[in-house]
Design a protein around this ligand. Structure first.
Ligand SMILES: Cc1cc2nc3c(=O)[nH]c(=O)nc-3n(C[C@H](O)[C@H](O)[C@H](O)COP(=O)(O)OP(=O)(O)OC[C@H]3O[C@@H](n4cnc5c(N)ncnc54)[C@H](O)[C@@H]3O)c2cc1C
Length: 424
């Protein structure tokens, strides 16, 4: 039996796991279904706790150079009135920044590091996991196919299989064949990236509106013409229908006429929302989907990681960050349980399953954006003084609650030991 740990999927979770396990001395093989990793997606955020892990992997500078260090998250009404702002990353007192970055660019940074450290012979692109078999005496065999041609490829044996194969995980499906499609809350997000003049201080994430209509934008790169940045935006509309009629796809193109009219009046003085949307060459649409938390991730030598384990709404900046934390905790548990790797998988799940389930559920309850809805409910036609509508204490409590759930309290993160040094 080979000693390899087989990692399925070269998204943020799979790449972070491959880099981290390789660094810890494990023999790793990475498999990805697409034949070429193209820089797909738009903006995402790495929270300080994920940046800390990337720093430990020697990748902080590479990521900081191509992203933007976010200094503030600010909430506004649908008229552009400020509700609340909270410092983020270094500005909040964390020892690590929050980095806003293009998903495809981040993936390329991790992929380049994986190629350099693992070597190309350990990375198998164009390999879609078709099925796997576990062995009574330990270990697993994974069977692959070429997705485009539908032809079978060689099988690989390993000690463990880590499924980081995203929200439509084939491995998750094999454990839960009746689970069906992801759950949709009725909201659609139209996403785009534009080159635009710096907004506010050039380091602020802006969220405006309320549950049924929201606009989010933030810079993801300073690599633009003078005084400009690449700005990522998400225009979101929520309806009452919650049954998906087709499988969601991050690469589905959007049409301006489907959402721009709803935002035509959103001219704040300091931000012209319709103008920003109109300047996008292309947009993509994606429904707000997740899945119910699972009672179990690890089955013998096989476990789930990242979106395969806990797909969550892409709010609160947690999708990629939690996948990176999974990868690091997994590494710590396997290091500690080197003599019994399956026990290491169980321990990994014990540490990660409940906290990530709590984030999935908190995001369904609007996460940190609850304040915007409260203000909309109490003062849909505007207000003279914000304090007549919501108190500072109430705002602070909402922000603190989400931070506790998402595991990013400042003092705790700054003082805790590395995730790859578990105490048990
Ligand atoms: C193309 C794409 C674009 C995205 N764009 C955005 C975005 O703009 N904003 C946002 O918030 N989130 C986006 N996401 C989701 C985001 O990357 C994840 O929520 C988060 O980073 C967690 O990463 P993950 O590695 O668990 O999953 P993912 O990033 O989804 O990665 C899973 C990987 O597994 C591969 N894979 C799937 N099935 C198999 C199989 N059977 N065999 C081998 N490989 C397989 C996929 O091709 C993919 O590369 C996108 C995901 C994808 C795949």
């Amino acid at each position: 039996m080979s000693d390899d740990i087989l990692i399925i999927g070269a998204g943020m979770g799979g790449l972070a796991a491959a880099l981290s396990l390789h660094d810890a001395g494990f023999s790793v093989r990475l498999f990805e279904s697409v034949p070429e990793l193209r820089p797909l997606g738009v903006g995402i955020n790495l929270l300080p706790h994920a940046v800390r892990e990337l720093e430990e992997l020697g990748l902080r500078t590479a990521v900081e150079t191509v992203g933007v260090s976010c200094a503030e998250l600010a909430y506004f009404t649908k008229r552009g009135e400020r509700i609340w702002g909270e410092p983020r990353g270094l500005s909040a007192g964390y020892r690590w920044p929050q980095i806003s970055i293009h998903r495809g660019v981040l993936q390329q940074v991790l992929f380049a590091a994986a190629r350099e450290r693992l070597g190309d012979s350990r990375i198998n692109l164009g390999h879609q996991l078709a099925r796997f078999e576990t062995h009574a005496g330990g270990g697993v065999t994974a069977f692959f196919e070429d997705r485009a041609r539908g032809t079978a490829l060689s099988a690989f044996e390993g000690r463990l299989l880590v499924a980081a194969d995203g929200i439509h995980s084939a491995v998750r499906k094999s454990f839960h064949p009746g689970e069906g499609p992801p759950r949709w809350n009725g909201a659609i997000m139209w996403r785009g990236v534009v080159e635009a003049p710096e907004l506010l201080d050039g380091r602020t994430m802006v969220m405006a509106g309320h549950t049924r209509q929201k606009f989010v934008c933030y810079p993801i790169s300073n690599q633009a013409s003078a005084g400009h940045q690449l700005i990522n935006f998400v225009a979101e509309l929520r309806g009452d229908v919650t049954e998906l009629t087709e499988r969601e796809d991050w690469n589905r193109p959007g049409q301006l006429e489907d959402f721009l009219p709803a935002f035509e009046s959103w001219q704040f003085g300091w931000l012209d929302v319709p103008e920003l949307i109109r300047s996008a060459e292309r947009t993509w649409l994606y429904p707000m989907v997740d899945r119910d938390p699972l009672p179990r991730w690890s089955h013998g030598p096989v476990t789930l990681l990242g979106d395969a384990a806990h797909p969550m709404y892409p709010i609160g900046s947690n999708g990629a960050s939690q996948a990176i934390l999974d990868a690091r905790v997994l590494t710590g548990c396997l290091r500690y349980h080197r003599g019994d790797l399956e026990r290491g998988l169980v321990r990994y799940e014990e540490i990660r399953r409940e906290p990530t389930a709590a984030i999935v559920l908190a995001n369904r309850g609007q996460g940190p954006e609850l304040a915007m809805q409260i203000v909309e409910d109490r003062a849909p036609n505007g207000f003279a003084k914000l304090s007549d509508v919501i108190s500072d204490d109430e705002l602070q409590a909402i922000a603190d609650k989400y931070k506790r759930i998402a595991g990013f309290s400042i003092a705790e993160l700054n003082s805790r030991a590395s995730l790859i040094e578990p105490t048990e």
